[in-house]
Design a protein around this ligand. Sequence first.
Ligand SMILES: [Zn+2]
Length: 225
Amino acid sequence: MDHAPQPARRRRVAGRSHLRRTGLRATAVLAGLVAVGLLAAPFLMPRSAGLDGAPPPPPLQVGAVPDVGTPDEAAPDDASATAPDPRERDDRIDPFDEDHPAVAGLDPDLRAAVQAAASDAAADGVELWLTSGRRSPEYQQDLLDRATATYGSLEEALARVATPETSSHVTGEAVDVGPTAAADWVGRFGDAYGLCQTYANEMWHVELATTPGGECPAPLPDARG
Ligand SMILES: [Zn+2]
């Protein structure tokens, strides 16, 4: 029993030195984060800017000291690089807004075809926008979950919404166009751009499914094939 205080004291001493070590380590980590932040800031800032719709900041000048904030503020920015972008849920997306994740993530050939179609549709007096474009797997799963709740079963949901593994939106190979007049325009003239409505029950869902000027394949009845 009279030895009991000894280990406790040792533990306290060990605890203190552990704290001291942790403090030193934390200081080193903070310094490292600041250094990384200083180096990475010029590259990260344009990507993280505009999330709230604000215009991107002017480009940094050589020699300017970037305002990277504290390391604690920098950390969420690093995390947001992989988190789903809330703008994915926008339902009226300018096909020329290449900073938008739903447009930026598209297959370049599809994006160019949609932009060409949008320009020519506009010349015909038909405004064309995207109600959906490239989707993250997380967003696609969320859409499937919601459809399952809405239609009562996964089977019914799968007639309308693909899985993250099968969706051509997730691979950047599909767009949904709107409004209805634009979907109708693409139905009539889309093949000139290689754009085809691939599902009979989704006139708004468009993929690059033929060569420009070619013939679109017959649409599948629905997303189940
Ligand atoms: Zn679609």
